[in-house]
Design a protein around this ligand. Structure first.
Ligand code: THU
Length: 141
């Protein structure tokens, strides 16, 4: 059983670093590696808007850039900045696809939290059913 509370706490800490001058909606994530290490991520916006990076992808890209590619779970928290999350938010479609690249969707867990007591847990497969994955490209190699 994963320590959901710990992962949510890490995501809440990560959220404090969000750079959100445009949406003023800050998101934090905490990605649990198979090794037990936790990598934090926050959303990072951009004046040109489309280069904005979501909190989930920030965590994945940080991890992969440091050679970590095996993950168990990710916790996500978000809401208008300068206030605690008032509701549960769920990862956008692009982030679901990025997670798909590095995990087994039937095992990997996505924890969407409001706080350490109120959260929902899904398998990635439930959020991205029939998702396109590296298996589709690599199976004949
Ligand atoms: N955002 C995330 O960081 N993660 C999500 O799963 C949903 C949206 C960010 C992107 C943007 O900076 C802000 O939230 C508003 O869309």
């Amino acid at each position: 059983m994963l320590d959901y509370e710990k992962l949510i706490t890490e995501a809440l800490c990560a959220r404090e670093k969000a750079y959100v001058p445009y949406s003023k909606f800050s998101v934090g994530s905490a990605l649990l590696c198979d090794s037990g290490e936790i990598i934090r991520g926050c959303n990072i916006e951009n004046a040109a808007y489309s280069p904005t990076n979501c909190a989930e992808r920030t965590a994945v890209f940080k991890a992969v850039s440091e050679g970590k590619k095996e993950f168990k779970a990710i916790a996500v928290v978000g809401g208008p900045k300068d206030a605690p999350p008032a509701e549960i938010i769920s990862p956008c479609g692009v982030c679901r696809q990025v997670l798909m690249e590095f995990c087994d969707p039937y095992v990997f867990e996505v924890i969407m939290a409001k706080n350490t007591r109120e959260y929902k847990v899904y398998k990635l497969d439930e959020l991205l059913p029939e998702g396109f994955s590296p298996k589709n490209l690599l199976k004949n190699k």
